[in-house]
Design a protein around this ligand. Structure first.
Ligand SMILES: [Zn+2]
Length: 259
């Protein structure tokens, strides 16, 4: 059977507006999305290397391809080239008061200071712990508060994981992820947006996901859970009264011991 016929069959089970994740007809991974919308069947595989990754659309009768979505255009990468230096004692003290980072957190995150920018530079780490970019964060009221500069074209997720479990806590920013990482594996999405490539990376490394965005973004966490939950063995939202980075250590420990 041609992929097109298989996709048409998958789509024929769906009601208008319904979305389904299932095994990909091309690569076999359970990362294939089929959706019925405006009488058409939209499909896409979230596996980067799959021939159906670019996705496309079929008419509901499955016979004619109306459009092939082009592969997303490569984003231009502008790695940060400025000088970075070790933090001074005052800067370490500032982070201790601002985001509760002690020696343990500094050793894990290894922040630097970007003098010309007057910003703290927090490395972005791949799932294997390789540095792949920076978040340049201003605490002097400069806009934007945080700039992300990748060295390579990869998701700007920053991982803090000892490979301790199959679960990961997804949080909004690096300060919160590093605080949480003392107790659980954590990943910072550096913003509240979390597209297919990001989800793909998370799903490739962890089977259980707990969405714990800042307390003003609980709606966004619920949306992520609803949208992507089926790609994981389990997916749930952890409600927060306060951001991890602002919690006292005992409060944080209590919160994370619950999960
Ligand atoms: Zn595929």
């Amino acid at each position: 059977m041609a992929y097109r016929d298989e996709i048409a069959l998958l789509g024929s089970d769906l009601e208008e507006g319904e979305n389904q994740y299932t095994s990909c007809p091309a690569c076999g991974k359970p990362k294939f999305s089929v959706k019925r919308e405006d009488g058409r069947i939209l499909y896409r595989c979230f596996r980067n290397s799959c021939s159906l990754h670019g996705g496309g659309a079929l008419q509901a009768n499955g016979r004619r391809v109306l459009m092939e979505r082009p592969r997303p255009r490569k984003q231009r990468i502008a790695p940060y080239q400025g000088a970075l230096r070790e933090l001074t004692e005052e800067e370490e003290q500032f982070l201790r008061e601002k985001i509760g980072w002690r020696q343990w957190h500094l050793l894990l995150a290894r922040p630097r200071y970007a003098e010309e920018q007057e910003r703290f530079a927090f490395p972005i780490y791949s799932p294997m712990g390789r540095r792949r970019g920076w978040v340049l964060r201003s605490y002097l009221g400069r806009e934007p508060k945080a700039k992300t500069r990748m060295d390579v074209e990869e998701p700007h997720l920053s991982w803090y994981t000892g490979g301790r479990s199959s679960s990961v806590l997804v949080v909004e920013d690096i300060p919160s992820a590093v605080r949480a990482a003392r107790y659980v594996d954590a990943v910072a999405i550096n913003g509240t947006g979390c597209g297919p490539d990001y989800i793909n990376e998370i799903a490739a490394h962890k089977r259980n996901v707990i969405w714990a965005l800042d307390n003003d973004a609980t709606g966004q966490a619920i949306e992520l859970d609803r949208r992507w939950g089926l790609l994981f063995d389990s997916s749930r939202v952890l409600m927060l009264d306060e951001d991890f980075k602002n919690m006292s250590e005992p409060a944080l420990r209590t919160k994370l011991e619950e999960i």
